[in-house]
Write a protein that binds this ligand. Structure first.
Ligand code: B12
Ligand code: SF4
Length: 470
């Protein structure tokens, strides 16, 4: 079968935007895995990445030129509109092309896709096995059901994500990125890659679950350390990566795995800095693990602090406390680990006083990176149901499933005030700014040779003349 996988993620940075930050600079591991499995089964696979194209007419031309048997689209809730429009273009260009959809939104709200005449097959959950089997069946002329259930494959038995699927297409469309994926933090120099070591999450945050479990199942599955190391060796040989990021929902939840990984990473001679996601409670309860990770290259944690109010943290079932949030930040600072602070404003039931608690918490945390969101109810989560049942959701269109804080999401929330709170949440105290400035200067000039050079520049008469002459 000739298969074109389609990535519709233009809601963030729009058309022709490859290389621009996370939204347009990162691969989709879902599609990269499907590609690897379909290629292993002998199918021809390429990519239509809307982020690399110039518009709908360009997509139409590509479809007509490539003449795929199958177009298979990945859909997050926020991508629904461009995904459906892309399917419309495909249908109109060539009605004989078989269309397939899968991904987070499809697994969580399949009916919306089952009801669409633009879609031939709806895939639920993880699809490495079911997708390759469906393509084989079509090749043989066998029927494929309209709704195809997923499986929870043994992750070590899967091939590595097919990054070349994206890189080849980006090059084909005239992009020449100097990093396989876009680095996003000063601690992570390019070439930069993202990796996934496992699937699923044992936690139960109400703004997220049970949607995650619906896709990945109840049990967390992690690849063996050997399998992840083999992929890292391949990535080092192929791309010479200088830094990486783990996408796992919570890599640090299994400390035995983390310890084995840290040892293997160091023993294999890797020193490349990396970021991963963690939680405040894990950091506080496992300081020795944090120290070990920092010693082998951990340079930053994404932490879902979410709120500075213990009542709100209980309401969203975060399983952490304000105290743990603050202590986790202190631990990160102790080990030189940058903090990427995820937090939400405008949660249902949240009072202005509680928003101020979040702001005061952030002043104490002084994160390296602020990642705020206006709370956005995502389908499939318990908090989404809570909002819908009480008529609280103001979301009328899939485009609004972005968490970016620029529009009203929840009835009754004072968004004008919240916008000011958002700005204030990211304002550093004079003391924190001074501390950061001192640290930056220290980093820049602390090396003895650089300090002597700087001193010489300052006192040498030639330097003074040169300065004056400018
Ligand atoms: C990395 C990541 C990102 C990255 C990269 C996204 C990307 N290019 O894939 C970035 C930072 C850009 C990102 C952004 C956002 N993300 Co995000 N992200 C993730 C994360 C942590 C990992 C994604 C991943 O690679 N998973 C592993 C792969 C293997 O799983 P998968 O993609 O689901 O694919 C499997 C199946 O779904 C299925 N499948 C997928 N596609 C298809 C297509 C076909 C045809 C078939 C047959 C099968 C199939 O088979 C795949 C293999 O098993 C997930 C959480 C998670 N654990 O998945 C959230 C997650 C996908 N993101 C989410 C959200 C909400 C967002 C944002 C909207 C947040 C925001 N800023 O507002 C944006 C939207 C980006 C956009 N399109 O503009 C939600 C989606 C919820 C939903 N209902 O759609 C998730 C589930 C997190 C959560 N629990 O809330 N994200
Ligand atoms: S928000 Fe993060 S920690 Fe909480 S359930 Fe979802 S993936 Fe797990």
């Amino acid at each position: 079968m000739r298969v074109s996988l389609l990535y519709p993620g233009i809601i963030g940075k729009g058309w022709a935007s490859i290389g621009q930050g996370m939204d347009s600079g990162w691969i989709s591991h879902g599609l990269a895995m499907l590609s690897a499995c379909a290629k292993r089964a002998g199918h021809d696979v390429d990519l239509l990445d809307l982020r690399a194209l110039r518009g709908w007419e360009h997509l139409r031309e590509e479809v007509l030129q490539r003449k795929p048997d199958v177009v298979a689209v990945t859909i997050m809730s926020v991508d629904y509109n461009p995904a459906m429009q892309a399917l419309e273009v495909v249908r109109e260009a060539d009605p004989t092309i078989i269309t397939m959809v899968g991904g987070a939104h499809v697994s969580i709200q399949p009916q919306e896709l089952v009801d669409s005449a633009l879609v031939d097959h709806v895939f639920l959950g993880e699809a490495e096995e079911s997708f390759a089997e469906a393509l084989d069946a079509l090749d043989r002329g066998d029927p494929v059901p309209r709704v195809v259930p997923g499986t929870h494959p043994d992750l070590d038995a899967l091939p590595f994500a097919d990054r070349e699927l994206f890189l080849e297409e980006w090059r084909r469309q005239g992009y020449t990125p100097d990093s396989p994926e876009a680095p996003f933090a000063e601690e992570l120099p390019g070439p930069f890659v993202t990796v996934i070591a496992g699937r699923g999450c044992i936690y139960n945050c109400s703004y997220c679950q049970p949607a995650e479990r619906q896709i990945f199942g109840r049990r967390v599955r992690r690849r063996s350390v050997d399998d992840v190391m083999a992929e890292l060796v391949m990535l080092r040989d192929t791309y010479g990566f200088n830094s990486l990021m783990f996408h796992d929902d919570c890599l640090t939840e299994d400390r035995d795995w983390v310890e084995a990984f840290c040892t293997a990473y160091r023993d294999a001679g890797f020193t490349q800095p990396f970021f991963c996601q963690s939680r405040a409670d894990i950091i506080v309860k496992n300081e020795d693990m944090v120290a070990l990770m920092a010693a082998v290259g951990l340079k930053g944690y994404f932490i879902g602090f979410e709120s500075g109010s213990d009542r709100v943290l209980r309401f969203i079932r975060k399983g952490t406390t304000r105290r743990q949030n603050l202590e986790a930040a202190r631990i990160c600072r102790r080990y030189g680990i940058a903090i990427w602070a995820n937090y939400m404003l405008g949660l249902p039931t949240e009072t202005k006083a509680e928003v101020l608690e979040t702001i005061s918490m952030l002043k104490e945390i002084d994160p390296d990176y602020y990642s705020p969101a206006f709370y956005t109810p995502h389908p499939g989560s318990d908090l989404y149901d809570y909002c819908v049942e009480r008529g609280l959701s103001l979301i009328r269109d899939h485009d609004s499933y972005r968490r970016n804080p620029d529009e009203a999401k929840i009835k009754g929330v004072d968004y004008a005030w919240l916008a000011e709170a958002l700005t204030e949440s990211q304002r550093r105290t004079p003391c924190n700014s001074a501390r950061r400035m001192a640290k930056r200067l220290w980093r820049r000039y602390a090396r003895p040779k650089r300090a002597v050079e700087k001193l010489w520049e300052m006192i040498s008469p030639k330097a003074v003349t040169a300065e004056g002459g400018r």
